[in-house]
Design a protein. Structure first.
Length: 100
């Protein structure tokens, strides 16, 4: 059986299974645990810098709308933004020191 035929057969089995047909296909169920993103009080971090929302958003390189979403809890910072906010939380003067 060619690779194409094998893939085609697997796809046909998957489609049949998805439609509710028991066709002897081996089904592997994997549970992925939810990753809890730590809550960050962005409004408090910003307030500790003494900057307005617009100025703080500019200083960390995000749109003001993004900052508002974080402050109102509609979204949560992730990745580099979360790291940067954690650094500012520990040293609020970091933004003004770096922007001088």
């Amino acid at each position: 059986m060619s690779a194409f035929d094998s893939i085609k057969q697997g796809l046909a089995e998957a489609m049949a299974f998805a439609e509710g047909w028991e066709n002897g296909a081996v089904v592997h169920r994997i549970e992925v645990p939810a990753i809890e993103v730590p809550k960050v009080d962005v409004a408090a971090i910003r307030a500790s810098t003494g900057l307005s929302q617009a100025a703080f958003a500019r200083s960390i390189g995000v749109a003001k709308g993004t900052l508002l979403g974080w402050e109102h809890g509609r979204r949560h910072p992730t990745g580099p933004a979360q790291v940067l906010l954690a650094m500012i939380a520990r040293q609020p003067s970091l933004v003004s020191e770096l922007l001088r």
